[in-house]
Design a protein around this ligand. Structure first.
Ligand SMILES: [Mg+2]
Length: 296
């Protein structure tokens, strides 16, 4: 840890990580792989807890754990080590639902982690603008809640190792800032937009700020995107809108996010990480906590 390192709040980071994993595992249950869309829709509307005894988490949590490990060890983002830990997470279980870009990139980083500098910017001709950097970053924001500028800067460093497109980075910054504000009890969509770099993600967060909380979540998802395009700007605004709508109530936040469907493990991971940074897991049903696959 160097002398300029901002001290991190490990307890807040852990709360966020646990809730991110819960959102990820809960959200994954609504994919067509597990229940047909019509059934998923009816069950979400009826708030029926998924019956499966174990809810496995996916790549969102695997990479959040890798990021957490680097921050625990170094106190800040050490990018070459982070590239290695992302690659190790992928190598440990490639069937966690990684996107196409990560299937191309992460195996290469396993033997040459420092090559993220040249490899990540060439993904998809200009770097990935996917939601992968946003989905794993909420615990980082919770950890550095004492200094919003530091949280944003560390989020950017954590993003570019895999997602070097400005929109991929902006998605991570927005989510980290939201989680930090959540811990501080100061979370609003306007405050997130204020600290998000200009671009499509920021525009989306500003649009989300204009959507009244009386709006049905599925309608909000129609307006803001639900992640089905797997882009940061199509994922982050809706996930933050439901998080803002249900601050202090993780269970309600995750149900509302699930109503948007789309990339529902990732939207629920983002919402969970942001809301849970403040609430922890205490408010969710014991059954949910038991069913979510353990973290370690
Ligand atoms: Mg996933």
């Amino acid at each position: 840890m160097n002398s300029t390192t901002v001290p991190g709040d490990r307890a807040a980071a852990r709360r966020s990580l646990e809730a991110l994993a819960l959102g990820d595992a809960f959200g994954e249950r609504w994919f067509p792989l597990f229940r047909p869309p019509r059934q998923a829709y009816a069950e979400v509307r009826a708030r029926r807890t998924p019956h499966e005894p174990v809810w496995h988490w996916t790549d969102d949590t695997a990479l959040a754990l890798a990021l957490q490990r680097v921050l625990d060890e170094y106190g800040e983002v050490e990018q070459d080590r982070l590239a290695l830990y992302y690659a190790l997470a992928f190598d440990a279980d490639q069937a966690r639902g990684y996107g196409h870009g990560m299937h191309m990139l992460l195996p290469l980083l396993l033997s040459a982690p420092a090559d993220w500098r040249t490899l990540a910017p060439t993904l998809f001709e200009g770097g990935s603008l996917g939601n992968g950097a946003a989905m794993r970053v909420a615990p980082l924001g919770a950890r550095f809640h004492a200094d919003l500028g530091h949280a944003a800067e560390q989020a950017e460093l954590s993003a570019v190792v895999t997602h070097s497109h400005p929109e991929g980075v902006a998605g991570a910054v927005a989510v980290a800032v939201a989680a930090a504000l959540s811990v501080r009890g100061e979370f609003t969509l306007d405050a997130v937009a204020e600290r998000t770099p200009a671009g499509l993600v920021r525009d989306g967060v500003l649009r989300a700020a204009e959507v009244p909380f009386a709006t049905e979540p599925w309608q909000a998802a129609d307006l803001l995107g639900n992640g089905h395009r797997i882009r940061a700007d199509d994922t982050v605004p809706f996930a933050l809108w439901t998080a803002a709508r249900h601050q202090g109530d993780l269970e309600a936040a995750l149900w509302a996010t699930a109503e948007g469907f789309g990339d529902v493990d990732t939207t629920c991971a983002i919402t969970g990480g942001v809301v849970g940074a403040a609430t922890g897991m205490d408010g969710v049903p014991a059954e949910w906590r038991l069913r979510r696959e353990p973290l370690d």
